[in-house]
Ligand binder design. Sequence first.
Ligand SMILES: [Zn+2]
Length: 241
Amino acid sequence: MPRKRQPKPEAVQPKKVLVITAHPDDSEFGAAGTVALWSSQGWEVNYVVCTNGDKGSQDPKMTPKKLAKIREKEQRCAADVLGVKEVVFLGYGDGELEESRDFLRNVVRLIRRFRPDIVVTQDPYRRNAAHRDHRITGRVVLDAIFPYARDRLHFYELLRDEGLEPHKVREVYLTGAEDPDTFIDISPTWERKIAAIKCHHSQVGGRDEHFPQFMRQNAETLGKEKGIPLAEAFRRLEMRV
Ligand SMILES: [Zn+2]
């Protein structure tokens, strides 16, 4: 009798992902393992970094201008490690984000240009202390997804002058969520996550020795309940609207 063939697992269609965060390094801390996993599956991942991170230093010799340059380089290094295709820097000053039409339009433009299935961004609903830029980024990105990028007459100039058709994002993954509901096993990409974070030398340079262990404990704690060795955790929204 011929042996019964195991049914093949359903092939996952490659998806397009846009990660939109406030500062260089936010996406690495929140989602680098998942980004590396997705890009290794052939998914296209692009980054949008909203500020230039030009205030993130306690070095008395550092200037905002110098730091912005360094952080752009560091972010490109991390993106290369993770297989990210393109990094767009919106260039707002660190700590200077506002919920403005200008910021919203820029995010809508990029959602319509990259046309992602999934957007990863920062949870704006944390009750505990959160960086103001993270809060504002999360709120503006969620607004940009619905209704502004989806409905054709919002920011009509994008359609009229730049030919950017409306786009509907299907899923959102929020990083830094206090009530995560989606846990991704990042054990296969753990080393790449750490390597990508190490690219941000201006931020983690002084912590090189201890932070991988600390990060590992965090990832173990996140995955523990789900039986996942090393996890990244998100709150996932399905955009039904
Ligand atoms: Zn940040």
